[in-house]
Design a protein around this ligand. Structure first.
Ligand SMILES: Cc1ncc(COP(=O)(O)O)c(C=O)c1O
Length: 381
């Protein structure tokens, strides 16, 4: 089986991990945490970085730190991971979703503008699958309406928008270091911001809101979302190689596009927009409407040929958990619905080798050609 995501861990990862183990510092108190936070903040041009245990809880902290709660609405894309909407719902606020672009999969400022109400408190912008959201009109919109901006840059390590790092735009921005990301700590996340007050609040939320002067007396509920020194050791080694990893992912994306060009029925990812070149978080494919298979059938056919795949996100407005809560009831966001059913990605990890890419692309082409010729035969009968 060709793994869908295999990370590259052959830099200083082993060396730094051993240093952490040999030093005895394995909890969140160890020195790699500060080193990783400082290096990461510099990389995304932010004043503060707070390392946490994953990218989902980073969003929880961001929402709470910005004072979002009951009665507030937060606008976000429907096509995203549940972590985004879950953070809003857990804080007692209401998620208000917008549809996305069929080619970049990203939300637009125009869609957000259409859903602003007097209760709107914030926008949660999510850059997806390797291309940034068009930020200028969105920044103008949030400024005009006095809204907070949370930027989920979980998939955007090393990406820029008009030359400015993704993760530098939000009042608070967040990242994930899950192994399918451009840099990984196994599990992990980062919160970044410029405000010392927000940074202090996020640090407190990360650590159960212990009070410095009276440790076990709490004025607010936090979480234990601390990252360990072991994870930060990995993170620092990975961060040293971010430029190399981005260049490698770009080459991989271009290579897949060469190998798959002209395959009937397949929408390949957009290589670039006016604002950025794709960093190919993963290599996503969307089946044209004319293809008689959906993503599920296609992934099954590829699995039978030893090719690992993953489906696209499932829209927030179609989530049973939110339906049960009466959220987003009766909404329709056709692009999100369509790409969720017709989109999937093929092996995309940094450790993927040329011959594995050739095998994966060939398998995808064969399955598509078979599916399309079966339709044509059917049409002739
Ligand atoms: C856009 C986006 N936001 C948030 C997350 C959550 O990060 P984690 O898996 O580290 O909790 C992910 C993914 O994994 C993601 O892709």
């Amino acid at each position: 089986m060709i793994a869908v995501n295999e990370p590259l861990l052959d830099g200083n990862e082993r060396k730094y991990l051993l240093q952490a183990i040999d030093s005895g510092w394995i909890s969140s108190e160890g020195p790699f945490i500060t080193e990783f936070e400082t290096a990461f903040a510099a990389r995304v041009q932010r004043q503060h970085a707070i390392a946490v245990s994953n990218g989902s809880v980073a969003l929880d902290a961001a929402v709470v730190a910005l004072g979002i709660g009951p009665g507030d609405e937060v606008i976000l894309p429907s096509f995203t991971i549940i972590s985004c909407a879950a953070a809003i719902v857990r804080a007692g606020a209401t998620p208000v979703v917008v549809d996305c672009d069929p080619l970049t999969f990203n939300m637009s400022a125009a869609a957000v503008a259409a859903r602003i109400t007097p209760r709107t408190k914030a926008v949660m912008v999510v850059h997806l699958y390797g291309l940034p959201v068009d930020m200028d009109p969105l920044l103008e919109l949030v400024q005009r309406h006095g809204l907070k901006l949370i930027e989920d840059a979980a998939e955007m390590h090393g990406q820029t928008y008009k030359g400015r790092p993704c993760g530098s735009f939000g009042d608070i921005s967040t990242f994930s270091f899950y192994p399918n990301k451009h840099i990984t700590t196994g599990e992990g996340g980062m919160i970044v911001c410029n405000s010392p007050e927000l940074a202090a609040h996020c640090r407190s939320l990360r650590n159960l809101c212990f009070k410095p002067e009276q440790r076990f007396v709490h004025e607010e509920l936090g979480w234990n979302m601390r990252m360990t020194n072991l994870q930060a050791a990995l993170g620092l080694a990975q961060l040293e190689r971010l430029d190399e990893f981005v260049a490698r992912k770009r080459r991989m994306g271009q290579r897949y596009t060469e190998l798959l060009a002209g395959t009937p029925g397949l929408q390949l990812p957009v290589a670039q927009t006016a604002e950025a070149d794709n960093i190919y978080w993963v290599y996503p494919l969307v089946l044209d409407d004319a293809v008689p298979l959906d993503a599920k059938a296609m992934m099954k056919a590829l699995g039978e040929r030893g090719i690992g795949t993953r489906p696209f996100f499932w829209p927030m407005h179609e989530q049973p958990v939110f339906r049960k809560m009466g959220l987003m009831a009766g909404e329709s966001h056709p692009v999100s619905e369509r790409i969720a059913r017709r989109g999937f990605y093929i092996p995309s990890g940094l450790a993927l080798r040329e011959e594995q890419m050739v095998t994966s692309a060939q398998a995808a082409r064969e399955v598509m050609e078979q599916a399309m010729s079966a339709t044509q035969e059917h049409a002739h009968v």
